[in-house]
Ligand binder design. Structure first.
Ligand code: URA
Ligand code: SF4
Length: 184
């Protein structure tokens, strides 16, 4: 068990969390992955089937796509912390509900407190809207870093969205290049 998961278990047994109904259908709680002193935190939507099976974020097809964007943007995956707004897989990969995101936010808040990342990358509309607590227009807001509660935040499309819309490929590549620019 990594250090972040251990700390979260100490506060509240996250790996056995019963706080929302996603607990009933999950295999594993997917807390997150990456170093506790990461400068960058990537926040996705929710675990998918492979993530639920393996207990790690972005290890399935969306993970492969994410890896390619990180590589193209020259961001080393092993240096970033990756998590999701909900830690358990919604049945059939549906979008997590407001009450599930709210129930799970205790863990994300704690992760932000412990890791204290300088840069937050929000992967997709669900992550962006729940992190920022407001409606987000992906088309106009993606790729433009801004300050929010003392951190630099950058919104991009969810990596899996290129499966349905190839046109987003270039936009997401540019967004990840902006992330590495900030890191320099
Ligand atoms: N999609 C996400 O948003 N998160 C994952 O961990 C995997 C797929
Ligand atoms: Fe608990 Fe979050 Fe899983 Fe719901 S999604 S059961 S709040 S860990």
């Amino acid at each position: 068990m990594d250090r972040i998961t251990k700390i979260l278990c100490g506060i509240d047994d996250v790996l056995a969390c019963p706080r929302c109904t996603l607990a009933l259908s999950r295999t594993n709680v997917v807390v997150g992955d990456g170093p506790a002193d990461a400068k960058v935190m990537l926040i996705g939507e929710a675990p998918g089937r492979n993530e639920d099976r393996q207990g790690k974020p972005f290890v399935g097809s969306a993970g492969k796509i994410l890896n390619s964007f990180l590589e193209k943007g020259n961001v080393d995956r092993s240096t970033v912390y990756i998590t999701n707004v909900v830690k358990c897989r919604p049945p059939g990969n549906r979008v997590p509900k407001r009450e599930e995101i709210e129930a799970c936010s205790v863990y994300l808040r704690k992760q932000l407190e412990i890791i204290a990342p300088e840069i937050i990358v929000l992967l997709g509309k669900t992550a962006a809207e729940s992190y920022l607590g407001r409606k987000v227009s992906m088309a106009t807001e993606h790729g433009k870093p801004f300050e929010h509660e003392g951190r630099t935040v950058i919104i991009t499309y969810h990596p899996a969205s290129v499966i349905y819309n190839r046109k987003l490929q270039g936009a997401i590549e540019d967004d990840f290049k902006n992330v590495s620019e900030i890191l320099r």
